[in-house]
Design a protein around this ligand. Structure first.
Ligand SMILES: Nc1ncnc2c1ncn2[C@@H]1O[C@H](COP(=O)(O)OP(=O)(O)OP(=O)(O)O)[C@@H](O)[C@H]1O
Ligand SMILES: [Mg+2]
Length: 356
């Protein structure tokens, strides 16, 4: 459990003054039900121009539901969402004109080539044929797909398809881009390519609402992150604030011989807390605050005592630990697994206090 001092710093919602332009996306008190089940329960969220706001959460948290409402594809049952100041229900056409959407599941046609797909998207967005072709070629160049432009998309790799999806979402050069898990299923190289493309867009002023299950993606791209579990906000802050709320670094030491475990334990006891010994893997771990000092002390102490060590590692909490900590659900748990309720979370409690 996080302590209250470890919770993310929470900024009160709605800090923009009347004189400033509306944020790219503003969501207030958003609710949505499916049958008897409430899948979004009073969500507040702002995405500022030229930034990425990440919506992080396990399966079934309500990420896609949020994206679908903001993209005008699904009506909310309560609350409001605005895109560039336009209400997505009452002013849906104007809101839509400012939006690009890259859905969780690829929307491109497998039989057509990349170029024809993009031209088709342009035509569907009411571009004339010539403009649609010109835009398609620009985007193919930008996403490094020109060489494959005329091959059926069915022959593309996962990374190429995701880049084509991104390109399709950008046909109209939108002010606001909604990306629903843009890198799920990609290998590390494909993921980095998508990240680079997103960074370039944001540098050009595009606002991005990004859903993801990857903490690393949040780290790479987002300046703000909201963590959802079962339709409710459980934490919000910058990626660093989020990490601080998740917990401190762990120092792991694996000794060669089981008989050396007590010596390793003593070394870690001197610099850390929550020291745990796992005899089966000959591993001792501890939570540490000053990571470099702790590592130096442990390596020196064991070296002086001539204790053979197989591995020493400092590690941040893993994604699984992060999810478990913030949402009460492991990252790979099946949808619908019970999450800790938001009111139990100190971070969410702080959020509520801050916005009062
Ligand atoms: N059309 C629908 N009918 C009934 N329930 C739905 C429908 N769409 C979504 N849900 C439910 O709403 C909840 C939130 O779904 P949503 O797709 O928003 O989650 P998500 O955070 O995007 O999850 P994932 O990480 O799996 O994509 C889930 O419990 C899901 O089963
Ligand atoms: Mg989803």
């Amino acid at each position: 459990m996080p302590t209250s001092t470890g919770s993310p710093t929470i900024r009160a919602a709605g800090t923009a003054t009347a004189a400033t332009a509306p944020p790219a996306v503003r969501v207030r008190g958003l609710t949505r039900r499916y049958g008897e089940t409430t899948v979004l329960d009073g969500l507040d969220l702002d995405v500022e121009h030229g930034t990425v706001h990440a919506l992080l959460g396990p399966n079934g948290a309500g990420k896609t539901t949020t994206v679908r409402i903001v993209s005008t594809l699904l009506d909310p049952h309560g609350g409001t969402a605005h895109v560039a100041g336009y209400d997505v229900v009452r002013d849906a056409a104007r809101a839509r004109r400012r939006l690009g959407l890259v859905g969780q599941h690829a929307a491109v046609d497998e039989i057509l080539g990349g170029r024809d797909n993009l031209v088709m998207f342009g035509r569907l967005s009411h571009l004339g044929t010539r403009d649609a072709r010109r835009r398609a070629d620009e985007l193919l160049d930008r996403f490094d797909l020109a060489d494959a432009a005329d091959r059926p998309v069915g022959t593309y790799s996962g990374g190429m398809r995701r880049r084509l999806d991104l390109a399709a979402g950008l046909v109209l050069d939108p002010e606001v881009l909604l990306l629903d898990e843009p890198t799920t299923g990609l290998d590390p190289g494909g993921r980095r390519e998508v990240w680079q493309a997103v960074r370039e867009l944001v540098a050009g002023g595009t606002a991005v609402l990004l859903t993801t299950q990857y903490l690393e993606e949040v780290d790479q791209l987002a300046s703000q992150v909201s963590v959802l579990a079962q339709g409710r906000l459980v934490a919000r802050g910058t990626p660093d604030e989020l990490k601080a709320s998740i917990g401190q670094d762990r120092l792991d030491v694996v000794v060669r011989a089981e008989t050396d475990l007590p010596a390793a334990r003593a070394a870690l006891d001197a610099v850390g807390t929550d020291v745990e010994t796992d005899v089966a893997t000959r591993r001792v771990t501890a939570t540490v605050v000053d990571r470099v000092a702790a590592l130096t002390h442990v390596v020196r102490t064991l070296d002086d005592a001539r204790v053979p060590v197989d591995d020493v590692a400092l590690r941040r909490p893993t994604l699984d630990e992060a999810f478990l900590h913030l949402t009460g659900v492991p990252a790979d748990a099946p949808a619908g697994t019970s999450a800790r309720s938001a009111s139990d979370s100190p971070a969410a409690a702080t959020a509520e206090e801050a916005s009062r």
